[in-house]
Ligand binder design. Sequence first.
Ligand code: SF4
Length: 494
Amino acid sequence: MNAFSRRGACPALSAPMQTGDGLLVRLNPVAGGLAPKSLIGLCESALRHGNGIMEVTARGSLQIRGLTAESARLLAAEVDVLGIAVRSGVPVETGPLAGIDPQEVADPRPLADRIRDAIDDAGLTPRLGPKVSVVVDGGGQLGMDAVTADVRLKAVRAIAGVQWSVSVAGDARSARQLATVDLDTARDIVAAALRMVAEKGRDAHTRDLSEYQLASLAGRHSFAPPSVLPDISPTRGEISSFAAGSHPAASLPIPTSEIGETLRDSAISPLVGEMSGRTEGGAVERHRLPIGLFDLTSTLALGIALPFGSMPARNLIELATQAANLGTTEIRLAPGRALIFLGLSAPSSLQAAATAVGFVTDAADPRTRIAACPGMPACASGRIATRSIAETIAKQSADLFDASLTLHISGCAKGCAHPGTAALTLAGDENGAGLVVDGTAKALPAGYRPGYDAARGVAGIAAAIRRERHPGETAAACLARLGATDIAELYRRN
Ligand code: SF4
């Protein structure tokens, strides 16, 4: 193991991580977004030094792969020359429309800045593991509910003004709520929680805190949750669940899954996990995907996703060039493997150009329901060509993917792209593409097909659903009714 290779580490620009196809770096601009010409410059660097593929992860980080130790250094130098300041230290993440969304409850950036300062003042960064993170969610059209974090803060409207709901260890559904407090107390709770984690060592997370510690954090509670006002924004829903228990720290179980997994597998979307092949953390789709138009009052933002989180750098250069020509001032990275274009004069023109070069421009695109790791040949562990299988299935069996059904295609049993269960999983091994029904990539497959022919097996399942489905029945319910044995037989024999 060299200095680059610690699995599970955060592969920042200064500390690339070894993967099956060389070194990988992950970067997040401090500003949250890039000017089109900066993104073009970055893509050109990736073409010169990496494998020419750009990736955006489920948490909204930019990734470049296929680097060597030397080319990673050259890339880092070029990022400097481009003037792109990249984030370092404990990630304190805000949503992609933070500060510009007229529907957000509060601009989360001032609180995020204060938390960063508190972390710096306490010297916590070197004492915390690379995957410890904080989410500060101001609400609005593109919230951060799907992103897991050690500590999450969500703005809520209350009689006393904006307050912050504080919870730990999970995404919006699985995290354990501690308190609803004012901004200063929220910052103090985050700092205290991270200090407690640091005391437990660099492998620790908030899920490792004791009941006593959680109670002491919740004890800083300075605001009564029943005073929280109903959220009238279109993205409401979180507040009622947060407010349901007056003192949830005393009643809810602390999640035991890894950050990056969800505890409610049936609700997992393909956005869960590190879509581009390495676990960075999870994301669960329950709210609006970052795809399509977002109203910013006097202008529109356009969200465009990368299929399965990756796209050749040349295509991204083409898109960013078109975006610049159409007046784009900034391109923000968004959780859900997407880019948000700001300042556009003609969003529909960019949407059409993006569709033409293979980007995902429609939230109903079946590719948003498929999780696929890089697989073969990008990853040395890959036994099947995950992404080409995924593309074929998305084209041939598009009607399989209603909102209920998720498909995970994994190059091997590791299951990087989707750690939890999926309705259907194809996992590569020495026997080909194994089918797992309602399980994870690690489970024993119920049937096999050769990897090159896996899409035909899935087409057989799709045809059966078409035939057998009752009126109003979801694809997932139909699959459950058919049963794992019959589904495996359909997969094998088609
Ligand atoms: S699941 Fe296996 S093949 Fe896919 S990226 Fe992870 S290690 Fe590689």
